[in-house]
Design a protein around this ligand. Structure first.
Ligand code: MG
Length: 503
């Protein structure tokens, strides 16, 4: 173990870290279990275990023995990239724990664990007033967190950095300034185009769940998902859990109709899983053996979902396979399925949004979160603000708060600052495709020829193998030769949808 690490102090740190890592591994597995197979009432004990393990982990990170070791490691000269990565990642985590007082962490934990339950009920009843006091408290705590964590330019920077190391509010601002208006104009063009249709009969077509499961497994086999190192299960909201590089699990959902939801979720989660699975095994059980940031992680899932799963080459090449499990497709052509996978439609729910409208949903949340952090937005007026932003950016007004301000779980969990990473991932995915085509050739041809091994090796070399060795911005620069740039995303959309809608 630890063979890429040569420095004696770093080796000492890694040995010590194994205890901390093991706690993370165990809580990860318990977390996966609570979303998949755990009997409902077990949560009463399970939540105690989660709390205690988190505290235990924090205590070990902050023990003077461990902290002193990391400090010693920091002073070491000539660290290699992996070793420097270990120090960077641990320093970040220790600093975060040190800056947030235990009373604050406990209060946040207490408020959010209750808020999640209340949010679920409030959403089911579409009753914003029920959730409002909790949201008010959570936003107040988020502002407090920013003060504790510290920032140079904008309080929101402190929260963004938790999810995307080094990301600044002004960068998100300029990203949306470039994207927002162009995409809104383009959306208008699509909706006003002659053969535009907001619906497709396949959205209502029922499928056999067992057959759909078999099809999803076939797709994973096509991508050579290593079943000896992972599995696929069912959950209400699809997710990926990677405990280590040898155990990465994904889930999908089966609603019985609208089969693209189940299939594209599998492809999306496969992208997340592949990242974790292709991290260099030599980094196993170290602080850098995980994806580097949420934005980079989402770029991998979006690459597989949008650039592969929603491509014309993919539906064309796999149409016979789809038909084998979904007999109703005998009445359709590959082109019908391609269009069904890519319907553009301004709608209320973010997670169901298409490529063209998706980022407007994030923009709305970003403007609100920024306003909250600047103390310009008060929770009393939030539903009205939400609805007017929906009207402004997507031209529709939610009929109720369940389809509006109450739809996402994130705020109830205290995850203010998380949303922009979804846009970063979506943009990066298109930029990755451009770079990949430059180096490997046409992506459609690779898909048609089922050369997934080539795509996977390329992604491994550029992104995956490094884990968290480099900070996200540096990894992107190394992999793509430039910073994130929204122009690639706009070009991709214009090319693809101008063809679909004959614009
Ligand atoms: Mg994702």
């Amino acid at each position: 173990m630890f063979e890429v690490f040569e420095n004696k102090t770093i080796k000492e740190i890694l040995n010590k870290y194994l205890d901390i890592w093991s706690i993370g591994y165990a809580s990860g597995l318990l977390g996966w279990d609570s979303e998949t197979y755990m009997p409902k009432e077990s949560i009463k004990e399970r939540s105690i275990v989660f709390g205690r393990l988190a505290v235990l982990r924090q205590k070990m990170m902050l023990s003077s023995e461990f902290k002193d070791l990391v400090k010693k490691g920091e002073k070491e000269q000539n660290l290699n990239d992996y070793e420097a990565g270990v120090i960077r990642v641990l320093k970040r985590e220790i600093e975060r724990f040190e800056k947030l007082p235990p009373e604050f962490i406990e209060e946040m934990e207490r408020v959010t664990s209750k808020a999640r339950v209340v949010w679920r009920e409030a959403k089911a009843k579409s009753d914003y007033n029920m959730f409002k006091p909790y949201l008010g408290k959570i936003f107040e705590l988020s502002r407090k967190a920013a003060e504790y964590l510290g920032y140079e330019e904008h309080p929101y920077d402190a929260l963004l950095d938790l999810y995307e190391e080094g990301l600044k509010t002004r960068e998100v601002d300029s990203m949306f300034k470039e994207l927002g208006p162009q995409l809104r104009d383009f959306l208008k063009k699509i909706i006003e185009s002659q053969n535009y249709s907001a619906t497709h009969p396949l959205e209502e077509t029922q499928y056999d769940i067992e057959k759909m499961k078999a099809l999803n497994t076939e797709i994973l086999k096509l991508f050579k998902f290593p079943f000896e190192r992972g599995r696929i299960d069912v959950s209400a909201h699809p997710f990926t859990s990677g405990f280590g590089v040898y155990d990465v699990r994904i889930t999908t959902r089966y609603e019985g109709k609208d089969f693209r939801r189940s299939l594209l979720a599998v492809i999306h989660e496969f992208g997340h899983a592949l990242y974790e699975l292709q991290i260099d095994e030599k980094l196993m059980a170290t602080p850098i053996a995980g994806g580097v940031s949420l934005g980079v992680h989402e770029s991998q899932s979006r690459f597989w979902e949008n650039m592969i799963g929603r491509s014309k080459a993919f539906t064309e090449t796999n149409f016979e396979l789809f038909k084998k499990y979904l007999d109703f497709l005998k009445d359709y052509t590959p082109d019908d399925v391609y269009r069904y996978f890519n319907i553009v439609k301004p709608d209320f729910i973010r997670v169901e949004a298409d490529e063209v409208t998706y980022n407007q949903h994030i923009l709305i949340r970003f403007e609100i979160e920024k306003g909250v952090m600047e103390e310009k937005i008060n929770v009393d007026e939030l539903p009205q603000i939400w609805n007017s932003l929906m009207e402004k950016y997507l031209g529709i007004t939610p009929p109720n708060d369940a389809l509006g301000v109450l739809q996402d779980i994130h705020w109830s969990m205290g995850s203010t600052g998380y949303f922009p990473t979804y846009s970063i991932g979506t943009i990066l995915a298109t930029q990755i495709a451009v770079k990949l085509e430059k180096e490997l050739g046409n992506l459609s041809e690779l898909i048609t020829e089922k050369k997934y091994d080539e795509i996977k090796s390329w992604l491994k070399e550029k992104f995956h193998r490094w884990g968290s060795t480099y900070p996200p911005k540096e990894l992107i620069k190394r992999a793509l030769g430039e910073e994130m740039n929204p122009k690639y995303f706009i070009e991709h959309l214009k090319r693809k949808y101008s063809e679909i809608y004959s614009l």
